[in-house]
Design a protein around this ligand. Structure first.
Ligand code: NAD
Length: 270
């Protein structure tokens, strides 16, 4: 092989070793990865990154319209969209069926923040809705992919916790408690399935610019809150979270199991 430089000089290059092929093929080449919440924000950015790194993406969201946009933006990539609610057993079955024989990774990213009320004011309806999507949805889809991953003796699952999984938070009791539960699912699963080759981790995003802002009731405005809650010069974009999630999801995270990784510009140490 040879490369031509700017000066038109021909520089001989040694035959590439096998690992170069693997790296340039992308971290997800040959892999099937399920990403929930793929219609918007962090899930969309993660699904996009997996597709661009050669993976076959099963993109899941409750919004068919958002999935159609995602598919149109990724024409030519290996993308299968499944619209459905992650709390619905029929949808879970359709997602696993769409994945087929092999499920290399699962990124549980779909989640909601409802009103930000403290425990003295929270309604049963808000509590149930937030737990059903953030906690039960994460549990159900994880449970559904375990058999395939056990059969392969390999798999990587990344859950989406929050800065609100690490301490008390202004995000309200239902959301904060639900994200602590996601951390619990993560640690329990890492403990139970690590010996079978399945890694389970979570990312804990700080405030990130996405559509979830719509449920941010701050008088300061979402972007001001986001900028106030990072030690870095800029507020986090969804792509920054996708970078952290795909690190854990890919073989780059090979020795990482059971962590709740803050991806918050250092806010959790402030
Ligand atoms: P987002 O609202 O932009 O995207 C969430 C997506 O999930 C939407 O497309 C929505 O349609 C989908 N979804 C919601 N409920 C669903 C269901 N039942 N079944 C299938 N799909 C469903 O939000 P985001 O900010 O990208 O949030 C992604 C995750 O990150 C959530 O778990 C959220 O709690 C977490 N998180 C976000 C922030 C932040 O500041 N944005 C901070 C900490 C944690």
């Amino acid at each position: 092989a040879s490369v031509t430089t700017d000066t038109e000089e021909v520089v001989p290059v040694a035959e590439a070793p096998e690992w170069v092929e693997k790296v340039t093929g992308g971290r997800f080449a040959g892999q099937t990865i399920i990403v929930t919440g793929a219609g918007s924000g962090i899930g969309r950015a993660t699904a996009s990154r997996v597709a661009r790194e050669g993976g076959r993406v099963i993109a899941v969201d409750i919004s068919q319209e958002r999935l159609d946009e995602f598919a149109a933006d990724h024409a030519g990539a290996d993308v299968v969209v499944v619209s459905g609610d992650i709390t619905d057993d029929a949808a879970i079955a359709a997602i696993v069926e769409a994945a087929g024989d092999r499920i290399d990774g699962l990124a549980n990213i779909a989640g909601i923040m409802d009103d930000m009320t403290p425990i003295g004011e929270v309604t049963d309806a808000v509590w149930d809705r937030v737990f059903r999507i953030n906690v039960t949805g994460t549990m159900k889809l994880t449970r559904a992919v375990i058999p395939a991953m056990l059969a392969q003796a390999k798999g990587s699952i990344v859950n989406t916790a929050s800065e609100a999984a690490l301490r008390g938070s202004a995000a309200g009791v239902a959301y904060t408690a639900s994200k602590h539960a996601v951390a619990g699912i993560t640690k329990s699963s890492a403990f139970m399935y690590g010996p079978s080759g399945i890694r389970v981790n979570a990312v804990a995003p700080g405030p990130t610019i996405t559509n979830i802002e719509a449920s941010f009731g701050s008088p300061l405005g979402a972007s001001r809150v986001q900028l106030a809650m990072t030690l870095l010069p800029d507020a986090a974009e969804a792509e920054a979270l996708a970078a952290s999630i795909t690190f854990l999801l890919s073989d780059d995270g090979v020795n990482v199991n059971g962590v709740i990784l803050p991806s918050d510009g250092g806010w959790s140490v402030a």
